[in-house]
Structure formats: structure tokens, C-alpha cells
Design a protein around this ligand. Structure first.
Ligand SMILES: NC(=O)c1ccc[n+]([C@@H]2O[C@H](COP(=O)([O-])OP(=O)(O)OC[C@H]3O[C@@H](n4cnc5c(N)ncnc54)[C@H](O)[C@@H]3O)[C@@H](O)[C@H]2O)c1
Length: 452
């Protein structure tokens, strides 16, 4: 089919994104073996990997619809589903059509971060269960609204924090819970990635391969810029506060989420201090090239060092991610956590890095490793849909982990300050400037209401 015909056929009737037309719907009651019908919203690299994995490893799970505002990605998504799963899904550019389709049970949301909360809430209101990628939000307030929507509409909302389904995550949690590591003294999270100088590019007229207004969604209207996103890949949207939270929300969110999980899911910290800047390369990013954060959890401290200035540090290589027996070299592992207990030091890796506890003279006291846990997480999502039990990365824990990202970024944005946080109210007690960053300003027609 010619490209133009494909787009016209696939997008027939789409008139741009607008307020949802549905009234809140109850979801279909699923039996243990019932067919589950999915839709994919956001068909970039991550979305398609997760969708295909979920359909392949679970029985009786199909995708009915793929949705993207990039027409080339939509076209490619149909071909990928056909090649991998053997049938052609419907293609739409407006997620509203997905929510209006009563045959769809659940949506997998893999858009950029600024769309995650609104799309999740719309999905819950329409009676759909949700798998939404990390970082689940760009603000603290949105996460609370996602939780309220999941509870009100009795929906499963799984966050793409896949380490929460990793057997090594559960065993590390049990090791610490049993007291073998002793009392926790301090926790050090690292996300020391490589990078290079990044500068904004000139704005351009809106291209024909994208519904640019639909891509912007809740974010303020602005001209298209090839530095934000491009036809082929992700682009630099993470470098803008309107769309993401930099390296901290990208990879460090996983590191801190896994740390929180193995520590027994502590509530919000009492205070946060952050210090950062574009020191390594002098980039023109809004988000910092490097940030160093200190959290006070009351009975232990946690730090997170995150950025894009250390090219010699590496994420756990594929060969180790998929090898159940080999551990990373922790010293140059870019995305690790060190948990210092009174009885030993636990090195913990995401991406299937596993964990090792070392004592004096680097003696290994205990260890456990399994492989990269994406399949475990995709299975857990489908099991939750059928059992109606909370998923491993339920939205409530997702919010607490995402808030560590937002707390650090807000402390940086108000000028590298220490901020005190009231976890019950999810508000700062010593900075109105920081409180002004709790909630994003959204465009009309894309606003999350106070009462979801
Ligand atoms: N859990 C993980 O390990 C993991 C790994 C990689 C990425 N991610 C997350 O997955 C998400 C997507 O990542 P990516 O690398 O695929 O990004 P990407 O920018 O390449 O893809 C996002 C897609 O969403 C589409 N989109 C934007 N607005 C839309 C809308 N209104 N309706 C439908 N589609 C829309 C874009 O056009 C694009 O094709 C991000 O949040 C990222 O952080 C998670």
C-alpha cells in the first residue's frame, strides 16, 4: 500500500486530540484463560519491544490497535506486529479512539514522559488497565492523580520499573529484611553514564511525518524542533523540563526504584539536597548534565549521583545481562547501588546485574543473580489483569520512586538547595518556589482535573 493511502486509511476520522468523549466505564471481568486485547500507545523502540514481548510470552494475548502521532512509526509498528505476531493491527493516531474501543482491555503506554499521567488517567476512566513506562510522571502531583484514578476505577496500573519483577530484587529484599546486612547506614545510587555536548537546534516548520500538536499534548505550544524529537528515534526530549527529567528520570529512576524495593519500600524522605550543573561538557540542556543528591530517610541516608559525563563507565553489558552466573565489575558499572549495612556492603545492579554482599578484604558473603527481567515483568502484568491482584510495580510504589527523581530535580531547579518535604501532603515546607514546581501547567483540553 502506498504511504499516503496507508495514512489516510489508518487515520480516517482522526481529527486531532481532544477531551475524552466517554463516560467512565467498568472494565471487562477477565477469566483466568480469557483472551486479553491490548493496544499500544507510543510505538517507539521501547513500546514495540514491550508489546511484542508481552504478546509472545503470554498465552492468549493479542494486540488490536497501535497508536502513534508519528505516521512513519505507526506504519512501521503495523509491519513489526505483522512480522512478529502474524497479523496486522489497526493503526490510529489519536489515543481517544483506543479508549473508545470497548474490545480493548488494556493499554501499554510508551510515549515520552509528559504524556504518561494524562494517558493513564484517561485509560482508567475508560475502564482500561495500564502498563505505563517509567518515569511515570514529570511531576509529583500527577502521580497522586494516577493513583487516585487507578483506585477509583479499580484498574491495574503497572509501571515499567521491571526490576520489581526480578528474582534478584526479591532475594535482595529478603536478605536485607532478614537482618543479614545489619542495620542500614547509607545507600549510594549511581547512574554515571557517558555523553557529549548537546546544543539546541533552530526551530523548524511543523513536518508532515508527525502530528506535532498531538506530540506536545499537555505541554505548552511551541514550534517543532529536531532536537526534541525526530522521525527515526527518541531525540532530546529528556533534556527539556516540559517533556522529561534528564538522565535522572531516564536511567537513575530505575536505580533508585530498585534500591527502594530492596530496602522494603520506604515512604518519602524527609528532606532532599541537590547540587548539579552542566559541568562536563557545557551543554545547552535545561536538565543538568550532572546532579548529586542527598536524601534524608530518617534512619538512613541515600545519595544519587547521576549524569552524562563519564564515558568510561558502562551500563551492564548485554552478555552479563543475559548470563545467570556472571556479575558485573562493580567499579566501572555505571548503574549500580551500594548499600552499606553494619554487617556488609551489598552491590546491586539493575539490567540483570544481580547482587553480591562483600565483607572485609572483599570476601563474598552472599550473592544472587538472574537475567534481565523484562519477560518477568510482562508476565506479571498479564497475571495481574487476570487475578486482579496488584502488580509488582504498582502505581503507588511507582509514585514513591518517581518522587525521588522529582525531589532531586526540584532541589536543583530552585538553586541547589536543601528542601524539607511533608510526605503526607506531598508538599515542601520551606520553599514556595519549590511548591510551584509540584504540578505542571498544562494546555486546555489536556488538563488532569483535581478530581479524576
Ligand atoms: N523500562 C525501560 O527499561 C525503558 C527502556 C527504554 C525506554 N523506556 C521508556 O519508554 C518510553 C518511550 O521510550 P522510547 O525510547 O520508545 O521513546 P520515543 O520517543 O522513541 O518513542 C515514543 C513514541 O511515542 C509517540 N507519541 C508521542 N506522543 C504521542 C501521543 N499523543 N499518542 C501516541 N503516541 C505518541 C512518539 O511519536 C514516539 O513514537 C519513555 O518514557 C522511556 O523512558 C523505558
Amino acid at each position: 500500500m502506498k504511504r499516503r493511502n496507508f495514512i489516510e486509511k489508518s487515520l480516517a476520522g482522526a481529527v486531532g486530540l481532544s477531551l475524552p468523549s466517554w463516560v467512565p466505564l467498568p472494565g471487562r471481568i477477565l477469566g483466568a484463560n480469557d483472551k486479553i486485547v491490548l493496544a499500544q500507545i507510543g510505538c517507539g523502540g521501547r513500546g514495540m519491544d514491550t508489546l511484542i514481548g508481552t504478546c509472545k510470552i503470554n498465552d492468549n494475548v493479542v494486540v488490536k490497535t497501535v497508536c502513534d502521532v508519528k505516521y512513519n512509526k505507526l506504519e512501521a509498528a503495523v509491519s513489526v506486529v505483522e512480522k512478529e505476531l502474524g497479523y496486522r493491527p489497526k493503526a490510529v493516531k489519536n489515543m481517544k479512539e483506543v479508549f473508545d474501543d470497548r474490545e480493548i482491555d488494556a493499554v501499554m503506554i510508551s510515549t515520552p514522559e509528559h504524556w504518561h499521567a494524562l494517558a493513564t488517567i484517561w485509560a482508567c476512566q475508560a475502564g482500561k488497565d495500564v502498563y505505563v513506562e517509567k518515569n511515570p510522571t514529570i511531576s509529583i502531583w500527577e502521580g497522586r492523580k494516577m493513583i487516585e484514578a487507578a483506585q477509583k476505577y479499580k484498574r491495574i496500573v503497572q509501571i515499567g520499573f521491571q526490576n520489581r519483577s526480578a528474582p534478584y530484587g526479591f532475594s535482595a529484599q529478603e536478605y536485607i529484611r532478614s537482618g543479614k546486612l545489619g542495620r542500614i547506614v547509607t545507600v549510594k545510587c549511581y547512574n554515571l553514564l557517558g555523553g557529549e555536548k548537546w546544543m539546541a537546534q533552530p526551530d523548524q516548520p511543523d513536518p508532515s511525518w508527525i502530528d506535532w500538536d498531538g506530540w506536545l499534548g499537555p505541554a505548552a505550544a511551541r514550534p517543532y524542533n529536531p532536537g526534541i524529537t525526530n522521525p527515526d528515534g527518541r531525540g532530546g526530549w529528556l533534556n527539556y523540563w516540559s517533556f522529561g527529567g534528564g538522565a535522572l528520570s531516564d536511567d537513575a529512576s530505575h536505580v533508585m526504584d530498585l534500591a527502594r524495593m530492596v530496602l522494603g519500600n520506604p515512604p518519602h524522605p524527609k528532606s532532599v539536597y541537590a547540587c548539579g550543573g552542566n559541568w562536563p561538557w557545557g551543554s545547552g540542556k535545561e536538565t543538568p548534565e550532572f546532579i548529586s543528591i542527598n536524601y534524608d530517610f530518617g534512619n538512613f541516608s541515600m545519595t544519587c549521583d547521576s549524569g552524562n559525563g563519564t564515558n568510561y563507565m558502562k551500563k551492564t553489558p548485554q552478555s552479563i545481562r543475559l548470563d545467570p552466573n556472571t556479575y558485573p565489575d562493580w567499579r566501572t558499572n555505571a548503574t549500580r547501588t551500594e548499600i552499606y549495612g553494619t554487617e556488609g556492603l551489598m552491590y546491586l545492579g539493575r539490567h540483570g546485574g544481580g547482587w553480591q554482599v562483600k565483607g572485609e578484604d572483599s570476601r563474598i558473603i552472599a550473592q544472587h543473580k538472574t537475567i534481565f527481567p523484562d519477560p518477568d515483568h510482562q508476565k506479571d502484568f498479564i497475571q495481574s489483569l487476570r487475578s486482579r491482584k496488584k502488580p509488582n510495580a504498582d502505581v503507588e510504589q511507582g509514585q514513591l520512586s518517581a518522587c525521588l527523581v522529582h525531589l532531586g530535580n526540584i532541589a536543583y531547579r530552585v538553586g541547589n538547595k536543601q528542601l524539607y518535604f511533608d510526605g503526607e501532603k506531598e508538599r515542601f515546607t520551606n520553599s514556595q518556589e519549590a511548591n510551584a514546581l509540584l504540578k505542571p501547567s498544562s494546555r486546555e483540553h489536556y488538563r488532569i482535573p483535581d478530581i479524576v
